[in-house]
Structures are given as C-alpha cells and as structure tokens.
Design a protein around this ligand. Structure first.
Ligand code: CO
Length: 137
C-alpha cells in the first residue's frame, strides 16, 4: 500500500544552524526557511536525490511540534512520511487493521498542499507516521 518515502521530519531548536549544518557539513541542497502559519511550523527542505528531509521549528502559539521540542531540547526525528495513492482507501484499510488515525480520522491538507493523515506512534513501532496522498504521475 505505501509507496515512496516522501520525507523524514526532524524538529530542530535552531533552524538557521540546522540548515547550515546540512548545507555546509553534509553538503546538501537546502531551501530558504518557509513559514507555514496554518501548520504552526517553519520548514527548511533538504533536497536529496531520492527523498527530502524537513527541518521543522515551531511557529506561533499552539505549534504541534512545541511539546516535542520541550521534551527533546536538542531536537530529534519527529516523523516519517510515506506516499499512498488513495488516502481514503488507506485509512479504511488501517482502521480495519486496528490502527489509530490521529485527529478526527479524516485527511487534512498537509505542508505540501496534499491530503495527509498521521498514525498513532504506538501502533507503528514507536514512530509517528504521516501518509500523504500523491497521485501517480
Ligand atoms: Co511531514
């Protein structure tokens, strides 16, 4: 059911420092910071040949990543995002399998403007999993 790894998200305490680390130490292509107020994060995208790394930093109050940063002050891996072709079919299958879809269980528009859902980490080996609907080209 899942397809490509779309991205791995890492929450960081200092977005500029993290971007420089990926750019200078790791020699990666890194975008400018992109504020996403609707999602409560500012994002830097690290563009790799086969996937992306998203560096996330809280933006505004009630950021969904603030608690994570409070618990992990030096930052840490936050979630992995897998692509699915049909997010409604994926949700139906997962619920049948006993997995918990976070929030109201319905897809919402994610950071890339595509439908996403998050799955409970306790159901997936301690890892927060995001599914993003990406139609086959
Ligand atoms: Co994500």
């Amino acid at each position: 059911m899942i397809g490509k790894l779309n991205h791995v998200a890492i929450v960081v305490p200092d977005l500029t420092a993290a971007a420089e680390l990926y750019r200078n130490s790791l020699g990666a292509t890194v975008t400018d910071p992109v504020p996403l107020p609707d999602h409560g994060v500012t994002t830097v995208f690290v563009e790799l040949p086969n996937t992306k790394i998203e560096l996330l930093h809280p933006l505004g109050e009630d950021s969904p990543v603030q608690n994570f940063l409070d618990n992990n002050p030096s930052g840490g891996m936050h979630h992995v995002c897998y692509e699915v072709e049909d997010i409604h079919a994926a949700i139906e299958h997962l619920v049948e399998e006993g997995a918990r879809v976070l929030g109201d269980g319905k897809p919402r528009t994610g950071a890339h403007g595509l439908p996403v859902v998050f799955l409970h980490p306790k159901d997936f080996c301690g890892t927060l999993v995001e599914l993003e609907e990406v139609k086959a080209a």
